[in-house]
Design a protein around this ligand. Structure first.
Ligand SMILES: [Zn+2]
Length: 99
């Protein structure tokens, strides 16, 4: 999928439509302490293969999606405020194109 680098979009701070730059945020590795549930899951995980759940790639029930949802942000050119797109969508290829 191709998308222009700049689009006209509503900015809540300026309260009008402005030109906004599209920024794709890439998710990095998880940092910091895990939550309690995650720690419990980590401690339970040891054993043979897919415990407590079957391995995702081997089971239909826990099938893994091949694509990840995009995290798109829009930065207003006038006030500089960053606005977040509420819903991401899945695409295999994503490109920002000059138009
Ligand atoms: Zn603005």
């Amino acid at each position: 999928m191709e998308m222009p680098k700049e689009i006209n979009r509503y900015c809540p701070k300026c309260n009008k439509k402005t030109k906004q730059k599209i920024i794709q945020v890439k998710t990095g590795r998880k940092r910091g302490a895990l939550t309690k549930g995650a720690r419990r899951f980590e401690s339970k995980k040891k054993g043979y293969g897919g415990f407590p759940r079957p391995k995702p790639e081997k089971s239909k029930k826990w099938g893994v999606k091949l694509t990840k949802k995009l995290d798109l942000r829009y930065q207003c050119n006038e006030c500089g405020k960053m606005n977040v797109r509420k819903k991401g969508f899945r695409v295999k290829k994503f490109q920002l194109v000059k138009k």
